[in-house]
Write a protein that binds this ligand. Structure first.
Ligand SMILES: *Cc1c(COP(=O)(O)O)cnc(C)c1O
Length: 382
């Protein structure tokens, strides 16, 4: 039988994108902060009860902004998980500080909140938490440590748009939250992101930083009669074409989410008997966490089995991928940062994890086909 390959990811497309992008072009306003950008940021603020949302050119530049707003200086340290995307660490380096990596919890693959406090030194200024797979870190505990030691909390919620922790949207719980709208994320604008600012004392500094060091945002609101260069800055505004694409996605956010969630639950239910037989492990969602079905992964026994799994699935027409070589042992991690404490889980758990296809529009029959192939790989009847 000839089979079509099942992709690992397909960028989200709802149907209105082309109309909205065309509208932005015809409005002769294609640079940043036009109507579509305003609609998107207002939606984020409304939906997530966020004090302020600013669109950025990527999740990475949202993190860059957050770290720069933390006011880090050379010699300062930022604590983060070793199991995250490189951007979480590069933003720390851009701001002049040193990333200090700590181990993860094996259940959620998130930073181990019990290992954070022992990594705090008199140079620590911030904790950057990554909500892996859109499942929240233990934020009450982390905010408590931050408060006790006077640290900022930056949430890398790149994967966590539409997720929550004890009723609060991810990205709105620390000082700053960073979203990604890359094509691999739940909602996309090609390349893009947003920073959520939870303390309004940072609003003006954020606008200046984002607008090349000028107070142009104030000028556009009519609060001053001319604008000028007032501080250090960079350029983090996405174009209106990108924002128009994103608007088509946010309008359908609930539909996209429930479609992903159906597939996530289908995977989970179908694979649960394999977990009960001890053949593989499934994601864990702690109490109080509502996730956004960003990712579905399973864990094999070890690296050797995972390698065979990926090859087997490819032979069955299914692309499965793994990710995150632990940052502390990556070449740049060794050059720029350091690990605090032991690597008990980061390396061993990351070597077992494999992600299954997950995207808006993935067909239920494809999910079933994938689960069937997994049963065959393990030599079990499903
Ligand atoms: C995707 C991602 C980023 C980077 O987002 P971009 O928009 O691609 O720059 C950062 N951190 C995590 C955890 C991510 O998954």
């Amino acid at each position: 039988m000839l089979i079509d390959m099942i992709n690992f990811n397909v960028p989200p497309f709802t149907g209105k994108e082309i109309e909205y992008v065309t509208e932005a072009i015809h409005a002769h306003r294609i640079s940043g902060d036009g109507e579509f950008t305003k609609k998107c940021s207002a939606w984020l603020e409304d939906r997530f009860k966020a004090q302020k949302a600013l669109l950025t050119t990527s999740g990475t530049t949202a993190l860059d902004m957050a770290m720069l707003l933390c006011g880090l200086k050379p010699g300062d340290e930022v604590i983060l998980s070793s199991y995250t995307f490189s951007s979480t660490a590069t933003s720390v380096i851009l701001a002049g500080a040193t990333p200090v990596f700590v181990d993860i919890r094996p259940d959620t693959m998130n930073i181990d909140e019990n290992r954070i406090e022992e990594a705090v030194t008199d140079r620590t200024r911030a904790i950057a938490v990554t909500h892996y797979a859109g499942v929240s870190c233990e934020m009450d505990r982390i905010n408590g440590i931050a408060k006790k030691h006077g640290l900022r909390v930056v949430e890398d919620a790149a994967q966590g748009v539409m997720s929550s922790y004890k009723g609060r949207a991810l990205g709105t719980i620390g000082d700053f939250g960073c979203y990604s709208f890359h094509e691999t994320k739940n909602f996309s604008m090609g390349e893009g992101g947003a920073i959520i600012i939870n303390d309004k004392a940072f609003n003006e500094a954020a606008e200046i930083l984002r607008e090349k060091g000028t107070n142009r945002s104030k000028f556009f609101r009519g609060e001053i009669d001319k604008y000028t260069w007032v501080d250090f800055g960079d350029s983090y505004l996405p174009s209106e074409m990108n924002a128009a694409y994103l608007w088509a996605q946010l309008e359908k956010a609930d539909e996209i989410s429930s479609d992903r969630m159906n597939n996530w639950n289908r995977y989970y239910d179908r694979l649960l008997p394999l977990k009960d037989k001890g053949r593989l492990e499934l994601p864990v969602i702690p109490d109080g966490c509502i996730h956004n079905a960003h990712m579905f992964y399973v864990k094999c026994r070890d690296l050797e089995e995972r390698t065979r799994f990926i090859t087997y699935m490819k032979g069955r027409g299914v692309y499965c991928v793994f990710h995150y070589v632990p940052l502390h042992s990556a070449p740049a991690g060794r050059k720029y940062g350091r690990m605090h404490g032991e690597d008990v889980y980061t390396t061993s758990e990351s070597e077992r994890l494999v992600r299954l296809p997950m995207y808006y529009g993935l067909k239920a029959e494809d999910t079933d086909y994938i689960c069937g192939a997994i049963y065959e790989f393990f030599g079990e009847n499903g």
